[in-house]
Design a protein around this ligand. Structure first.
Ligand code: KG4
Ligand code: ZN
Length: 339
């Protein structure tokens, strides 16, 4: 029997819909929200309004690209959390109405679990190497930084996580200090390619076990730049590339050192990365280098699956459908959602 899932993602500032058939991607359409650029971060109220405007056209386009009609969808999977409550409500309410109208089940999806399951999205006429179980996943996004043991498609254990800021937040906040617009992570990455990563040194946090901390680094970067401007008002402009390369290198080394420790502790040598920050070229390079040194097998998502997208919700929905894990109509979204 064939299973076709409509995935809906609306946890932050991207409205996305995707159709997944038997684990294969048929479409993945995302509307980004430019409205937040002027504010230097996502404004929750504006995000919910934009989701409300975008959701129907995005779903229609996803169905059109998949060359399917609504009646051919077997279930609708939606992001229940974590995320911004007003944003989540739009996707949740849409999915409930869609399921009621078509008399099909709804499936709740944890956004973080979904980021990890991008490694199982199949595409027609494309070979893909998928990790076997168990594997380790470094999940790095704008809101989360976790090391996860993935035991099977739906069973995961967090063995390390940030105690304050997420890695993406560290990128974005440091980018803001040197005048880059939100989200600054991709711009730091671009600048870093032309800079010297050893130009400036920033101290690394000392946090126990496999946990992370990034708030101290952000503060020390801010103070360093502020003091340097006092001596040379053109400091940022003259050192933009080196500042970007040095802060990126520091963040990547912090991430990779704990990941290496996690490999030693667990003995698991299949290593995946996921989430928005997994698009970072410095992180990918460092992962590949360490993989060569230590004999790890690595899994790096394609760029289109790194940041928020509904294909990841659809694939998670597909695995939940196989287990008949359906939600009821009274389900509510949750800003914080453990897994
Ligand atoms: O996963 P995601 O799209 O949304 C969340 O669930 O948070 O991640 C967004 C985060 C932002 O902080 C953004 O700056 C960061 O991912 N990001 C990057 C890169 N591309 C996106 N950070 C560093 N380098 C990149 N190339
Ligand atoms: Zn995300």
């Amino acid at each position: 029997m064939s299973i076709t899932i409509l995935g809906i993602e609306s946890s932050c500032d991207d409205t996305s819909a995707s159709v997944i058939k038997d684990g294969f991607l048929l479409s993945n359409v995302t509307a980004n929200q430019d409205v937040h650029k002027a504010y230097g971060g996502v404004v929750p109220e504006l995000a919910s309004r934009a989701h409300q405007q975008n959701i129907i056209p995005v779903v229609e386009q996803a169905l059109r690209q998949a060359k399917l009609s609504k009646n051919e969808i077997d279930a609708v999977a939606f992001t229940r959390g974590p995320g911004l409550l007003g944003s989540l409500l739009v996707g949740t309410s849409f999915s409930k109405s869609f399921s009621l109208a078509l008399e099909i089940p709804i499936i709740e999806v944890n956004h973080l679990q979904a980021h990890i399951l991008v490694h199982f999205i199949k595409e027609l006429e494309k070979e893909k190497q998928m990790p076997g179980f168990p594997f380790l996943c470094l999940l790095v996004s704008g809101g989360h930084t976790q090391i996860v043991v993935v035991k099977n498609h739906l069973e995961m254990e967090i063995i390390g996580q940030t105690i304050d800021d997420a890695a993406g937040e560290a990128f974005d906040k440091c980018a803001k200090v040197i005048g880059l617009p939100y989200p600054g992570g991709p711009l730091i990455d671009k600048n870093a390619k032309e800079g010297n990563r050893d130009a400036f040194k920033f101290s690394r946090p000392r946090i126990k076990d496999l946990d992370y901390s990034f708030s101290g680094l952000k503060t020390s970067f801010l103070y360093f730049v502020r003091d340097s401007i006092k001596d040379n008002p053109k400091f940022i402009k003259e050192n933009m590339m080196d500042l970007s390369a040095s802060i990126q290198y520091t963040i990547v080394e912090i991430l990779m050192d704990k990941l290496e420790k996690a490999v030693k502790q667990t003995g698991i040598r299949q290593i995946a990365i996921a989430g928005g920050v997994s698009a970072n070229s410095g992180l990918q390079k460092s992962l590949i280098e360490r993989a060569k040194t230590f004999g790890w097998e690595t899994f790096i998502p394609e760029f289109k699956f790194t940041t928020d997208n509904a294909a990841m919700i659809g694939i998670t929905g597909y695995y939940k459908y196989l287990k008949k894990e359906f939600a009821s109509q009274d389900i509510a979204p949750m800003a914080r959602l453990p897994y």
